[in-house]
Design a protein around this ligand. Structure first.
Ligand SMILES: *Cc1c(COP(=O)(O)O)cnc(C)c1O
Length: 477
């Protein structure tokens, strides 16, 4: 077989103009902007060039016909014109999954988006006085009501909350913190780094496993601005350990007139021990133990939108409100609406557990998971083919979001055991599904946890499993 030089092959690549005149591309020319068509053509032609360069195509006869290239371009167009951010099905069993968007908004919140997003609002307008108002007023009242805090303030996220607290109250001065609490939260939030960026000087006390009250006391000096306690959200030190209770730290702070700040991370208003789970300190606990300020996320256990909430003494909150950084860290109106609506649901704890998806998923009992798994298996019916087998198995879900790291929520998982298809293939195939289904692989088995699947997801997941069972072409494995 005669091979051609790369030069000759390049000459055979169709021009952009010829492709634009092809039948396939003419057919779709009204459906896509011209610039996007040209971008797609160039991407497909670039791939053709690199195939020639790599030696994957060595003769003219192996070059695709013009209509074939046009066909590839049409496929590419469909691909690149799709939105990048899209819904996925969380079958991982991690409720507060940071990579999958943490919270699922409550129905009541969703219903309000259209009205507020599609029109003007009194975001920063005082309707009584007919003049400029403050966006923070919309949630200040309800935050104080729910937690008995003296004052409240919100920013873009909890990282911003910690940052602005340090920047306002400790710039150029010292902040005392236990060595056991120098935490790193996923996505590069590290307490020592945040401290440095804010211009506060970190004074570490105690050891990794034990810190005593006297360690804090001995470190207090004229430069001390704050005592900081950080909730070790995503890990636990067990064994020979000791932490100073917040109430003791608060007493010490009062004695020296130094504010005590607690970064709760995943703050919650509800005592989960009433629902059969481990007790996490609530926001109200921190405030009543005497913290001068507490900071926490809106979208971890709280189940609202991404936000950083700061609660506590009015003098401190007022100082934070005056910080110019607020302009850069401020919360957007849609987020504000979502936060206000979520907080309003908390006025009735029972309603909150039912209506806030994060709480509903965390509190869902094992027997409800068994039922949900059964419903899903009923939808798939008897599976054909020998690609994999399906059954349900006991397992555990996680709260996630750096909360209750060791807590396992008993669940009933759907388990796909590979037969003809490999676990890697199954995982990838489900992830490429429309909508993508994100699963958990353990010991070569694929697990789907009903806890984090929404009711509407069950039918889609069942269909995906049925389609996968019928898949015959194993050449893609
Ligand atoms: C998660 C977390 C943060 C960061 O909160 P974001 O809302 O993700 O910005 C800060 N501190 C602690 C202890 C956390 O757990």
């Amino acid at each position: 077989m005669a091979t051609n030089t790369k030069q000759e092959l390049f000459k055979n690549i169709p021009s952009v103009d010829r492709l634009l005149m092809s039948r396939s591309l003419k057919d779709v020319s009204a459906a896509y902007p011209r610039t996007l068509i040209i971008i797609s053509i160039n991407q497909v032609l670039d791939e053709l060039r690199s195939k020639i360069l790599k030696g994957d195509i060595v003769e003219k006869g192996a070059m695709p016909e013009i209509e074939q290239v046009a066909g590839l371009t049409v496929k590419r167009l469909a691909l690149i014109s799709r939105p990048s951010l899209k819904p996925v099905i969380n079958a991982t069993g991690v409720v507060v999954h940071t990579n999958l968007g943490r919270s699922v908004m409550a129905e009541k919140v969703l219903n309000k988006f259209r009205a507020l997003g599609g029109g003007y609002s009194n975001l920063e307008y005082d309707l009584e006085r007919g003049r400029r108002g403050s966006r923070y007023t919309h949630v200040e009242g309800i935050l104080k009501e729910l937690t008995s805090a003296e004052a409240a303030m919100i920013v873009n996220n909890n990282a911003a909350a910690v940052f602005i607290v340090l920047d306002t109250l400790a710039k150029g001065r010292e902040v005392i913190i236990s060595r056991g609490q120098l935490v790193e939260i996923g996505g590069s939030f590290r307490i020592p780094d945040v401290m440095q960026k804010s211009g506060a000087r970190m004074v570490e006390v105690g050891t990794t496993n034990k810190t005593h009250l006297r360690d804090y006391e001995e470190a207090i000096g004229p430069e001390t601005a704050l005592l900081l306690k950080v909730h070790t959200s995503n890990f636990q030190v067990v064994g020979f350990t000791e932490e100073v209770p917040l109430s003791d730290l608060a007493k010490l702070g009062r004695r020296f007139d130094i504010p005590v700040i607690e970064d709760l991370g995943s703050g919650c208003f509800i005592d989960f021990s009433n629902y059969g789970l481990t007790k996490e300190p609530t926001v109200q606990d921190s405030l009543s133990s005497g913290a001068s300020l507490v900071t926490f996320s809106g979208d971890k256990m709280l189940g609202g939108p991404q936000a950083g909430i700061i609660l506590g003494q009015k003098v401190l909150v007022d100082a934070i409100k005056k910080n110019q950084l607020n302009r850069a860290l401020r919360i957007d109106k849609l987020t504000l609406l979502a936060l206000e609506e979520t907080l309003r649901i908390y006025r009735d704890e029972r309603a909150a557990i039912k209506e806030i998806p994060t709480l509903r998923m965390i509190c869902a009992p094992y027997h409800a998971m068994v039922k949900k798994a059964e419903r899903l298996l009923k939808l798939t019916g008897e599976l054909k083919g020998r690609n994999f087998s399906v059954e349900s198995e006991d397992g555990a879900s996680k709260v996630g979001g750096g909360a209750l790291p060791l807590l396992e929520l008993p669940s009933r998982l759907i388990c796909l055991k590979p037969l003809r298809l490999s676990s890697r293939f199954i995982e990838l195939w489900l992830r490429s599904y429309d909508p993508p289904i994100i699963t958990k692989t353990e010991k070569e088995k694929i697990f789907l946890d009903p806890r984090t699947m929404q009711e509407k997801d069950l039918k889609i997941v069942a269909e995906a499993i049925m389609n996968l069972a019928l898949l015959e072409d194993a050449s893609i494995i």
